[in-house]
Design a protein around this ligand. Structure first.
Ligand code: NAD
Ligand code: AKB
Length: 318
């Protein structure tokens, strides 16, 4: 019987993965942990307060619940990381080291840890960015994710710890709000459209970025974690992709449902971050190794977002 600890369970991804894992393994076998309880949603029945920098409490929780797998999602994202670089480094690197050390020492069977397209930088080829290429990130977040990739690979080869990882693009979902990233605009814009308000976009209209709808992201995560270990040939982190679009393309798609919707473009410091990231990603290795194939394109994603968000209590809370 698996007992799974989700660290960062109240976040945009964690809240969805906790639900998905509960439906597979049973609610009683999933332990949600975070600094904070989630806003405006039902709290998972087994919730542990955890600061991942606190190694002792992390270890105690693992022993208390006889944890066999860990999904370590807690992180400080790109935009917040630029405002609080020290915090980003502590959470993203010290937190990861704690999870890796404790997992090795307590013989955790499998660990999941996400990386990001933020590992790429200004010199990385922008189109169809290969799995292995120049990585020269220029944000603290990107530097921490690249360091994390080197660490998880190191723990696999040196200690045999089965850590698996995906380099997510920007994630778009309707169940939870995004947590301080550069790609957050692609979620925020839906709230404004549905509420009949103008959207002020912090990226320029032609800034194309790779994105993924949450059901694809959750499925990719579960698929890599369920794959046989010998199919995982990349032990740093896999490129995964679904769709690429610019703010203008997303706006035009949403406008098909909300013809009155208007937008203005006011790029801020996040524009420079976005320009340092790829426009599209080559994820063929993930397809070859464990059969990755995305389902949602821009039209299908926008339609589904609107359908669910219209009736969501998050629209009222926001
Ligand atoms: P999020 O900011 O929405 O959630 C992160 C969660 O971690 C929050 O609930 C926060 O309270 C928690 N947390 C922060 N510091 C903590 C600490 N010290 N101890 C315990 N919990 C702490 O982020 P997300 O979007 O859900 O991202 C999850 C993971 O996926 C992160 O590693 C992120 O880098 C990665 N990722 C996300 C995206 C995206 O677009 N959302 C893209 C690429 C990679
Ligand atoms: C961010 O914008 O920081 C995240 C990411 C792409 O890692 N969404």
């Amino acid at each position: 019987m698996e007992k799974i600890l989700v660290i960062g369970a109240s976040g945009q991804l964690g809240s969805e993965l906790t639900i998905a894992l509960s439906s597979i393994y049973g609610e009683a076998n999933i332990i949600a942990a975070d600094l904070h309880k989630p806003h405006g949603e039902e709290v998972h029945p087994i919730f542990e307060h955890l600061d991942v920098i606190d190694k002792k409490t992390l270890s105690d929780i693992i022993l208390k619940h006889r944890i066999t797998q860990i999904y370590h999602l807690a992180a400080i994202l790109s935009a917040t990381g630029e405002k609080h670089p020290g915090l980003a480094w502590r959470v993203n690197i010290e937190g990861l080291m704690n999870v890796l050390d404790v997992s090795r020492d307590l013989k955790i069977k499998k660990v999941y840890w996400p990386s990001s397209i933020a590992v790429f930088g200004p010199s990385t080829p922008k189109e169809n960015t290969p799995q292995t290429t120049i990585t020269d990130p220029n944000t603290v977040y990107g530097i921490s994710k690249l360091t994390g990739e080197r660490l998880v690979e190191y723990y696999y080869y040196h200690y045999g710890l089965d850590v698996r990882s995906l380099r997510y693009p920007g994630l778009i979902g309707y169940k939870a709000l995004p947590g301080g990233g550069t790609t957050d605009y692609a979620v925020d814009i839906f709230y404004k459209a549905i509420k009949g308000e103008q959207y002020s976009c912090f990226l320029d209209k032609d800034t194309s970025l790779p994105m993924m709808y949450m059901p694809d992201a959750v499925r990719a995560t579960l698929e890599i974690m369920e794959s046989d270990a010998d199919r995982i040939t990349v032990r740093s982190s896999y490129n995964v992709a679904a769709v690429s679009f610019s703010p203008l393309e997303l706006y035009n798609t949403i406008k098909e449902s909300y013809p009155e919707f208007s937008i203005e473009y006011k790029p801020d410091f996040r524009q420079e971050i976005a320009l340092s990231w790829p426009k599209s990603i080559d994820d063929s290795q993930a397809g070859l190794d464990w059969g990755w194939n995305p389902e949602f394109d821009l039209q299908k994603m926008a339609k589904d977002m609107i359908l669910h968000l219209k009736d969501s209590e998050l629209i009222i809370l926001q």
